[in-house]
Design a protein around this ligand. Structure first.
Ligand code: R5P
Length: 290
């Protein structure tokens, strides 16, 4: 096996190779002046299981093209198998034709990637209307979850937590993390109006006395879901908040906005950023070992 760090995956790939005691190599990636991509393997992949580690963030479409080019090239060069580890896999939220004529991105991605990869690992995919990855990809898939890493972080760093999930979809993280810690949780109700606007409501009585509020969700993008959730919990008297998410997408100054609202944010490093304190490389290594 050779573990390949793609342009948005080196921070995890290096640790994974070290933990598995396998060869590590970086994919050389360049852009031509007109924006076209160039990729090159820097080690021999013939006869090997090639594990490409790539998250999809910043320039998402380039990240996609890069791994498709790499996967095809690995096969042409005689790789035994080509595996993708996508700590953060994009395009999962457009999982329905909400308006006539729209593309269902998640399905297109599923079909495209199935042509190139023998196996695909994704950490906490945003699957809501789709039950699991196997409904999307015809290649082998494995869903990994950072919930144990998040629970472990909370146990070590936050006393007396009350886990709050901002919408029903978040139960897969909020409830599961609370169960692992053995603490209480509450799930709020959210209505999404647009990509930027959400309305969040707390529809039951909760006691927050002596509790440290910890919002847990799969991802933070604009931060508006958490900002709206904060408003609800603030009415109960809470002044400070924690928020732990798997994927810190953070667009439009989300982190700054949350900091001003007294929300201390921590994420995993599926997307590296200045608050990505929870490392998922152990989780990936474990997944590949099985
Ligand atoms: C929604 O289903 C997700 O779990 C997140 O709650 C959502 O994507 C967060 O987006 P934003 O930070 O833009 O509100």
């Amino acid at each position: 096996m050779v573990v390949i760090g793609c342009s948005k995956g080196t921070h995890i790939a290096k640790n994974v190779a070290r933990k598995l005691k396998k060869q590590y190599s970086e994919l050389k990636v360049k852009s031509f002046p007109d924006g076209e991509l160039y990729v090159r393997f820097m080690s021999n992949v013939k006869g090997k299981v090639v594990v490409l580690v790539q998250s999809f963030y910043d320039n998402i479409n380039d990240c996609v093209m890069e791994v498709i080019f790499a996967a095809q090239t690995a096969k042409e060069l005689g790789a035994k198998k080509v595996v993708l580890v996508a700590p953060y896999f994009a395009y999962f939220r457009q999982d329905k034709r909400f308006k006539p004529g729209e593309s269902i991105s998640i399905e297109v991605m599923g079909k495209l990637f199935s042509r190139y990869f023998d196996k695909i690992f994704v950490i906490d995919p945003h699957l809501h209307r789709q039950a699991n990855l196997s409904g999307l990809f015809s290649s082998n898939t494995k869903k990994l979850t950072a919930n144990p890493c998040i629970a472990d972080y909370i146990k070590k760093n936050i006393k007396n937590p009350l886990i709050v999930g901002p919408d029903w979809e978040s139960y897969k993280w909020a409830q599961k993390v609370a169960d692992e810690i053995g603490c209480e949780h509450v799930i709020l109700q959210k209505k999404r109006i647009s990509g930027r606007k959400v309305i969040v409501k707390l529809n039951k009585k909760i006691n927050i006395n002596n509790k440290n509020i910890v919002f847990v969700d799969d991802m933070i993008s604009t931060g508006n879901t958490i900002m709206e959730s904060v408003k609800n919990i603030k009415r109960l008297g809470a002044k400070k908040f924690n928020c732990i998410a798997v994927h810190g997408v953070f667009v439009e100054h989300a982190l700054e906005k949350l900091r001003k609202a007294k929300v201390k944010v921590v994420t995993t490093n599926t997307i590296p950023n200045r608050v990505s304190k929870i490392d998922v490389s152990g989780l990936v290594a474990e997944g590949l070992r099985k």
